[in-house]
Design a protein around this ligand. Structure first.
Ligand code: GRF
Length: 221
């Protein structure tokens, strides 16, 4: 039990990615343990999800802190007190200050609902939908001091159909988020991520060919 990777999950809202991580841990497909869930919103639904599964929840409301740095220092303290080894941002609606990023170098990851580096920042799904892309998806990446600029670990791709709405696209993307986030955490837990410049290689991954896909599909070309 003690050699399981210790996670701290930061949330602000619905917490469906938190739920997916919990479910993968409970069905034993993710070998990790959640030591603490931190929410910056006392009303986040994710808090209820965490409590239902007996997880420790700490609510840190930024309104009660003098500055962003003070708030982040409290987050660091909470993570360290709970021996967290990997910090998971799961819909945490704040940009982290450098003090927090430096406290956990290459040990903070985030999921973004678009294929980075396209459509960073808020509402990645809507940005992609409005732009008219034929594919979108989601990206798990290490967090650096920029907004969604960190090294990319894994991406999931979904098609965008003519009849899609912003909502139907967001739903399709979220479904993939729930698969790639636990997968990325497991790769980290297995020490399989090797950083080379901007590239995150997967150590000892067998080369698998992925066929190119086209949307709309090629008709006889
Ligand atoms: C997800 O779309 C994630 O990509 C983004 O925030 C949303 C969080 O959703 N960073 P949930 O709270 O995990 O349901």
């Amino acid at each position: 039990m003690s050699d399981l990777l210790k996670l701290g999950v930061l949330i602000s809202g619905n917490g469906s990615n938190l739920q997916s991580i919990i479910d993968h841990i409970e069905n034993d497909s993710l070998k990790a343990t959640i030591k603490v869930v931190i929410s910056n919103d006392p009303d986040a639904f994710g808090i209820q999800r965490a409590k239902k599964h007996g997880l420790k929840v700490v609510v840190l409301n930024q309104k009660n802190f003098k500055s962003k740095e003070d708030f982040d220092l409290e987050i660091i303290k909470t993570l360290q007190e709970n021996s967290v080894e990997l910090v998971i941002l799961a819909g945490f609606m704040r940009v982290l200050s450098s003090v927090l990023i430096k406290a956990f170098p290459y040990k903070i990851i985030n999921i973004h609902p678009a294929l980075l580096p396209s459509f960073p920042g808020l509402h990645g799904q809507k940005q992609a939908f409005d732009y008219g892309v034929k594919f979108s998806g989601c990206t798990v990446h290490f967090v650096d001091e920029g907004v969604d600029t960190g090294l990319i670990i894994i991406q999931g791709v979904v098609p965008v159909y003519d009849e899609d709405t912003e909502e139907s696209l967001a739903k399709r993307i979220l479904k993939e988020e729930h698969k790639i986030y636990p997968q990325a955490i497991q790769l980290f837990a297995d020490d399989k991520l090797k950083i080379q410049g901007r590239k995150v290689r997967i150590k000892s991954a067998k080369k698998k060919t992925i066929n190119p896909i086209h949307n709309p599909p090629l008709g006889g070309f």
